[in-house]
Design a protein. Structure first.
Lengths: 147, 171
């Protein structure tokens, strides 16, 4: 990664101006050409350094319901329980974490009611109670990973 | 729930469906979008700005792969802070550049007494520790102690499942 690559990643993460030629604006800011910016961006997407470019939507604004849920799973049963939980298509992410509550997953559904149904089914299939932690307030984040 | 589903008109729905996977990498990406939507470029730019001001679009940006940039560690930090100060202080934590998600969630007493969640990302354990210390310093006046603890970090030891959340565009 050269210096320009790094500057480009840093700027592109922060966001582009809303205008007809956003990449030209970036090129001018970085004292390079629009063509170089476009080529580099395409290369970074192709290589997987960047995963996506475009509008970043607030999923919750678009409808649907989400929650974070956690379970305390005995170590001996851990992999079996993980399989059961992961088999629900409404479970989007699932992580093993270091805590008494050692399995943490995100449930995404169309309606609020469906969240509770999924939790009930997971409890029924696993025999383990699910701690439901829906967000009460979301704070705007400005994640920025400088390189 | 604090985030309500916003009312979207037909055109806004079409905009979202077309751009969910991203914008084309070309000199004038909004020209492409205007053509698809059968509206003018100016109208497309106006819709974009409006969706941003309503919080439906957070920004037009690139999403880096954390791991490929060297940010290999993530920690879910959880904090027990005074309820009446939670919104004020949560906002400060969300603004930190190394925090990717920041929420207030319900306590589940007696076993779970943390109400503020902040996900942090770092390139090594020192960096993660340093970030945690920064959060602690910011929260020092509002931290509460329960059974001798006012914070915890739940580092992920394994990804068990990771699929993209589908953005649903409802009719």
């Amino acid at each position: 990664m050269d210096n320009l690559d790094k500057q480009l990643i840093n700027l592109l993460q922060k966001g582009l101006p809303v205008c007809e030629k956003p990449f030209l604006a970036i090129a001018i800011a970085l004292k390079t050409t629009e063509e170089i910016v476009l080529n580099k961006l395409q290369d970074m997407l192709d290589s997987g350094l960047l995963t996506r470019f475009g509008p970043m939507f607030d999923a919750a604004c678009l409808g649907g319901a989400f929650t974070l849920a956690a379970m305390q799973v005995p170590q001996a049963q851990f992999d079996d329980i993980a399989k059961i939980v992961n088999s629900f298509e409404q479970v989007a992410h699932n992580y093993e974490r270091e805590n008494q509550l050692n399995m943490w997953f995100v449930i995404g559904t169309e309606t609020q009611n469906e969240i509770l149904e999924v939790i009930e089914q997971i409890e029924k299939k696993t025999g383990i109670s699910v701690v439901n932690m829906p967000k009460e307030h979301e704070f705007f984040v400005g994640l920025y990973l400088p390189v | 729930m604090t985030t309500d589903t916003q009312q979207l008109n037909e055109l806004e729905r079409a905009y979202i469906v077309l751009t969910q996977k991203g914008l084309p990498i070309c000199s004038q990406p909004y020209h492409w979008l205007a053509e698809q939507l059968k509206i003018t470029v100016d109208q497309t730019l106006d819709i974009t700005s409006d969706l941003i001001s309503r919080g439906i679009i957070r920004r037009i940006a690139a999403v880096p792969n954390h791991y490929k940039l060297g940010y290999i560690l993530n920690g879910m930090t959880t904090w027990d802070i005074k309820d009446d100060k939670a919104i004020e202080y949560g906002k400060k934590i969300g603004e930190l550049p190394f925090v990717s998600h920041c929420y207030l969630r319900p306590r589940h007493l007696p076993n779970w007494h943390y109400n503020l969640f902040a996900m942090i990302h770092g390139r090594n354990t020192q960096e993660v520790q340093h970030y945690q210390d920064q959060i602690k310093e910011l929260l020092k006046d509002v931290l509460q102690t329960h059974q001798g603890k006012s914070q915890d970090v739940l580092t992920s030891t394994r990804i068990l499942k990771k699929t993209g959340l589908r953005l649903k565009v409802r009719n």
